[in-house]
Design a protein around this ligand. Structure first.
Ligand SMILES: [Zn+2]
Length: 392
């Protein structure tokens, strides 16, 4: 590559070439010994390598689009006392920033170049710090906050959706079901839910809805929402409704529950973390992969990949991909497609990220091994490029 380094401004438009031993394009396609050409932050060309010298020789690796996690809580961290951070735990701004920067770095190094954060007071600031380049981290899409207040009228909810967008939200997050401990029954009325998801659709925001039971899934589909999260008490019948209406479905396999159980003493005592919760988590541990198995058997259901990573789980997001393949029986290529192009589509970025194709953002990762043969290769991330810059 001579004297010209891609990171120098004077050489910014010099093409960077990458040779990939195996290329997975994010949509189910694959190519052996491929050449990817990157100019600035985007992919310019993809084709067979024909013996030319390259900037980065990744011929020993599998190269695929940067992974996308459709459901994280990236600002959650364990505080100076080793407990889950809460608003009133006395942490300084510097401590909060350090905790969150560590989450962002761990997530990025694990090969996740984009995440959707389900809304917290710290999301916007973290997103800005990463966008400005002050700290390394994945692209963050955020709902900023969540819709939970069932006392608002449809007109008030519509206004609130517009306000959320004006405040910088990338999508809306709605709690349409009670907590698992309360059976996951619907909370918003059909009119309220229709107002939330209808307004979001009208102004171009995805509507991501936490829903648990079949009754709740049906109501979410009727309201024209775009994505269902969890669906823990759903059955094939409820999931068929989602498939028929073209909703995305994002169930979790294992990481979130395992992480809560492993770190229980750090969460215990906080809001919603009582002995009942512990029991519910223990019960759902074996059944979560079964729900994914059920979902995979529903024709046409568009599955997403979201780990629901909270404090303690950031950077381990890919564990849930392994669970999907090993415990829920998902085809490895299909699992990788959900975590790349399918997630991008659900987040409204289907033309920007999630694929290795001309015109797309140069978000690429290199794995030591072939994840189609051995899904655990997703843990062996050897290179991460985000927007054309090597960040690992
Ligand atoms: Zn969550």
């Amino acid at each position: 590559m001579g004297l010209c380094l891609a990171i120098l401004p004077s050489c910014r438009s010099t093409p960077v070439t990458i040779r990939a031993g195996l290329l997975l394009d994010g949509r189910g396609g694959q190519m052996r010994d491929a050449l990817i050409t990157v100019v600035k932050e985007r992919i310019r060309a993809v084709g067979p390598w024909q013996g030319t010298p390259v900037t980065h020789d990744l011929s020993r690796f599998t190269v695929l689009p940067g992974l996308i996690d459709a459901h994280v809580h990236i600002t959650g961290y364990f505080n100076r006392l080793g407990k889950i951070h809460t608003r009133d735990d006395g942490e300084t701004a510097a401590q909060r920033n350090a905790g969150r920067a560590a989450n962002a770095l761990a997530t990025l190094r694990a090969g996740f170049t984009t995440v959707a954060s389900m809304g917290s007071e710290g999301d916007k600031e973290l997103r800005n710090r990463i966008e400005k380049g002050s700290i390394p981290g994945p692209r963050i899409l955020t709902s900023l906050a969540q819709f939970r207040d069932t006392s608002l009228s449809p007109a008030q909810l519509r206004r609130a959706v517009r306000n959320r967008k004006a405040a910088g939200a990338d999508f809306i997050k709605v709690f349409a079901s009670n907590a698992m401990q309360k059976g996951g029954t619907p909370v918003f009325s059909p009119e309220q839910l229709g107002a939330l998801c209808g307004e979001a659709r009208r102004i171009g925001l995805p509507s991501v809805v936490h829903a648990m039971s079949d009754a709740s899934l049906r109501r979410v589909a009727d309201a024209g929402c775009s994505t269902v999260e969890h669906g823990s008490f759903g059955t094939a019948e409820g999931l068929e409704v989602l498939a028929d209406r073209g909703l995305f479905f994002d169930p979790q396999c294992r990481l979130v529950v395992d992480n809560y159980l492993e770190n229980w003493s750090r969460f215990a005592g906080g809001a919603g973390f009582d002995t009942t919760t512990f029991a519910v988590l223990q019960q759902s541990r074996p059944t979560d992969p079964l729900l994914i198995r059920t979902a995979l058997a529903v024709p046409g259901l568009r599955l997403l990949f979201g780990s629901d990573a909270v404090a303690g789980a950031h950077g381990r997001n890919a564990d849930d991909l392994i669970c999907r393949v090993r415990e829920a029986g998902q085809d490895p290529m299909d699992a990788l497609v959900t975590a790349t192009s399918r997630n991008a589509e659900a987040l409204g970025l289907g033309g920007e990220i999630g694929r290795i194709a001309p015109g797309y953002q140069a978000d690429l990762i290199a794995l030591d091994g072939n994840p189609l043969r051995e899904i655990e290769a997703v843990l062996r991330v050897r290179l991460v490029m985000k927007g054309g810059k090597i960040v690992r």
